[in-house]
Structure formats: structure tokens, C-alpha cells
Design a protein around this ligand. Structure first.
Ligand SMILES: Cc1cc2nc3c(=O)[nH]c(=O)nc-3n(C[C@H](O)[C@H](O)[C@H](O)COP(=O)(O)O)c2cc1C
Length: 211
């Protein structure tokens, strides 16, 4: 499947058929999604893997009772780590050194620069949501290629998800991605209109359109 085919056939499915996903299969998708880019490769994402009926019921209860969560083979809660620039910098610096991106004498500078890079809760949150969203889209495309359907969801109560699943304060739920097989009994309506690039693109200055 080409990237274009994955983009064209991915739909947010309204209902899933009963189908189990092997944890190994799911982890293969998670590792594919980990190829998503992030600023300085600091990878501000983690995720909560929800596969048991009990855990799905707990997540559904925190998600306005959207039943897709219980129907899905798995629900992945994309998490953003507000401390990613502190937690991951040394590991990324060492990887950069081992691959020739960074000289050993640059290690402390890299770590200090990462620490200074996201100085406020707002910038930390922005980055977590930015990279977490790229990660979530990567997961949906990887799932599509592997023959799975998916559904992105922001319809959840973040504070309830955090309390129910024991998330520490610096770990925020960003997005839920449900993964499963589309329910064949549900007729999928045509995809909603996408506004064309010709209407959305400003060229050079805001409001200047193509042609
Ligand atoms: C950030 C985000 C949040 C969404 N939240 C929900 C949700 O809580 N429940 C739901 O049923 N669909 C949700 N959707 C799915 C959208 O409604 C769907 O992607 C959109 O209508 C376009 O349909 P398509 O993905 O099939 O092209 C969400 C999508 C995105 C990107």
C-alpha cells in the first residue's frame, strides 16, 4: 500500500467489529509510529495501551461513553510528556554523539539547550500536542497499511483519564486512537468535504491565493 492509498482509505470509522489484536502486532504499529518526527528528536510522547474489556470500559467512561472504545480491538491514548526536554535530552545527546551528529564536547550544551528550549508550561504543552498529533497520525497510517481501521478521538475528559489511569501531572492525554476492523454492518457515508488547497493556501502573504 502506498502512502497515498493509506491516506485515501483511512477513515474515522463509526463502529468496529469484534476482533482481537495481538499485542505483538500492536507493538509493531507503535514502533512504526515512533518514526514520527519530533523537535530535536526529543520524542515528547508516551502512550497508554488499552486492550482489556475492563480497561476499555474505564476509558469509555472517561470519554463521554463513546462505545467505539469498547468495540475497538485496542485504544491507544497518546500521552504528551511536558518534561520531555529534561527527561530525554541526555539519551538523545548520547545517540547523536554515537551517530556523529554531535561531538562529545557538545553533550552538555545540547542538554542545556534542550532544557532552555521549552521554558513555559504553554510551550511544553504546545510541543507535546504538536508531536503527539504527528505520532497519532503516523499510527493511523501504519495501522491502515497493516489492514486495520482506526479512529482519532479528542472526545474525552482529560482530568478523568488522568485520574483513572494514574497519569502523573507532567503526562497529559493528547489524543485517543482506536484501532480495529470497521464494522461491516455499518454503511460508511462518503468522506466529508475537504476544503481545497486553492482556498486554504496563502502564497507569500496572507490572503494571496494561487492564480
Ligand atoms: C483531533 C480529532 C478528534 C476527534 N474526536 C472524535 C471523537 O471524539 N469522536 C468521534 O467519533 N470522532 C472523532 N474524530 C473523528 C472526526 O470526526 C473525523 O476524522 C472527521 O469527521 C473526518 O472524517 P474522516 O477521518 O473519515 O475523513 C476526531 C478527529 C480528530 C482529528
Amino acid at each position: 500500500m502506498t502512502v497515498s492509498q493509506a491516506l485515501e482509505t483511512r477513515r474515522a470509522v463509526p463502529s468496529f467489529a469484534p476482533e482481537a489484536i495481538e499485542l505483538d502486532q500492536l507493538f509493531a504499529l507503535l514502533n512504526k509510529a515512533n518514526l514520527a518526527p519530533s523537535s530535536r528528536n526529543l520524542q515528547p510522547w508516551e502512550y497508554l495501551v488499552v486492550v482489556s474489556p475492563e480497561d476499555k470500559a474505564r476509558l469509555q467512561a472517561a470519554s463521554y461513553n463513546q462505545k467505539k472504545i469498547s468495540e475497538a480491538s485496542a485504544a491507544v491514548v497518546v500521552l504528551g510528556n511536558l518534561n520531555h526536554h529534561l527527561d530525554n535530552a541526555a539519551r538523545v545527546a548520547d545517540d547523536n554523539i554515537s551517530k556523529g551528529y554531535l561531538k562529545p564536547e557538545g553533550r552538555e550544551g545540547f542538554i542545556a539547550s534542550a532544557a532552555a528550549g521549552w521554558p513555559t508550561p504553554q510551550t511544553q504543552r504546545d510541543e507535546a500536542f504538536r508531536a503527539g498529533s504527528l505520532w497519532g497520525m503516523s499510527l493511523m497510517l501504519a495501522a491502515r497499511e497493516a489492514g486495520w481501521d482506526s479512529g482519532p478521538m479528542s472526545g474525552f475528559e482529560a482530568d478523568k483519564v488522568s485520574a483513572e489511569f494514574g497519569l502523573p501531572e507532567h503526562i497529559l492525554p493528547v489524543l485517543i486512537v482506536t484501532i480495529g476492523k470497521a464494522n461491516p454492518a455499518i454503511h460508511l457515508l462518503p468522506r466529508g468535504e475537504r476544503f481545497p488547497a486553492e482556498e486554504l493556501a496563502s502564497i507569500g502573504n496572507y490572503g494571496v491565493r494561487k492564480g
